[in-house]
Design a protein around this ligand. Structure first.
Ligand code: NAP
Length: 295
């Protein structure tokens, strides 16, 4: 095997744990950090090394990957005191795979460049299943040469990788993706709600329509979980609300109003504020079941 660069991996939650595991399996020496140490233990058991902070991990690596929760987490790990931008060695490549804001991606790229580092924003789509199966879709913004340097890692974690433009272009592409998902989630849940009200067998309806025009990625990934009464994440409601709000803000900044997106944000916010923040996005079903989706 050719010598692999050392990779620092920060954020070993639902997505990161699986993605980092693939890098380890592919032979990349890995240094990991997560806010809650216990979530990194399976990776440590497989040979990864632990670092006490994001900056400390980056200091020991040629390439740093982050997939944390929110933009404020991204800002803290990159731009906070003794953060990744301060601590990474000159020439290092920094890849943020969190779904975050395009403006923060631009700030990080500028701060990185001023220290002789290259930063990419490279959010992902494909869900927990895509992370586990290494079939993620990766959409990157930033320096083209940095993207090419990242490709051997993207190939281990994903199936489709696109360089979309300069800093922030990956996050804008991810926002377009989330706007699309907002529609397919409402479509999935309202189709099944209608089928239920019409007295149809839900399993049969879901299977019959999987071959038809209503099929979508959401239909296949989340329909079976709804039918099984499984509302665990998957993709946290609280993270989807974060994404929908970023998308609305970015749309408004361009004079664009997207009523479908704004409806999805209202419904998911209502679910989050009730009891659904820690559920998976398929739990929007429960809002309809309780009759709380009206108005
Ligand atoms: P998650 O399970 O909450 O994972 C995020 C991890 O980052 C957590 O383990 C968290 O630590 C850690 N973290 C947060 N802030 C940190 C900090 N300052 N320092 C160190 N570690 C920190 O969420 P996820 O589902 O993997 O999602 C991660 C990101 O990917 C989100 O932006 C999400 O929107 C996006 N995404 C998710 C999916 C999906 O289907 N799940 C798909 C595409 C994109 P703790 O363990 O202490 O909470």
């Amino acid at each position: 095997m050719t010598e692999r660069p050392t990779v620092a991996f920060v954020g070993t939650g639902v997505m990161g744990a699986a993605m980092a595991g693939h890098l380890l399996d592919a032979g990349f020496p890995l240094v990991v950090h997560n806010r809650t140490c216990v979530k990194a233990e399976p990776l440590l058991d497989k040979g990864a090394e632990w670092a006490e902070s994001a900056g400390a991990a980056a200091a020991r690596a040629d390439i740093t990957i982050t997939i944390v929760g929110y933009p404020h987490d991204v800002e803290q790990v990159y731009l906070g005191p003794a953060g990744i931008v301060d601590e990474a060695p000159a020439g290092a490549l920094l890849i943020d795979m969190t779904t975050s804001t395009p403006t923060l991606a631009v700030r990080i790229a500028q701060a990185a460049a001023s220290r002789g580092l290259i930063a990419l924003d490279a959010p992902v789509s494909g869900g927990d299943v895509g992370a586990r199966n290494a079939t993620l879709t990766i959409m990157a913004g930033g320096d083209r040469a940095g993207f090419e340097r990242a490709l051997p890692l993207f190939e281990v974690m994903g199936k489709t990788y696109s360089h979309m433009g300069g800093p922030g272009a990956g996050q804008h592409t991810k926002m377009a993706n989330q706007i699309g998902i907002a529609g397919t989630m409402l479509g999935l849940i309202e189709a099944l709600q209608y089928a239920k009200a019409a007295g149809l067998d839900l399993e049969k309806t879901h299977a019959a329509l999987a071959g038809g025009g209503a099929n979508s990625w959401s239909w296949g990934a989340y329909g079976p979980r709804i039918l099984a009464g499984d509302f665990a994440p998957g993709f946290f409601v609280k993270h989807f609300v974060k994404d929908l709000r970023i998308a609305i803000e970015e749309a408004h900044a361009r004079g664009l109003t997207l009523p479908g997106l704004e409806l999805a944000e209202r419904l998911y916010s209502r679910l989050m504020e009730a009891d659904g923040a820690e559920f998976g996005t398929q739990a929007l079903w429960l809002l309809y079941e309780r009759g709380d989706a009206q108005g």
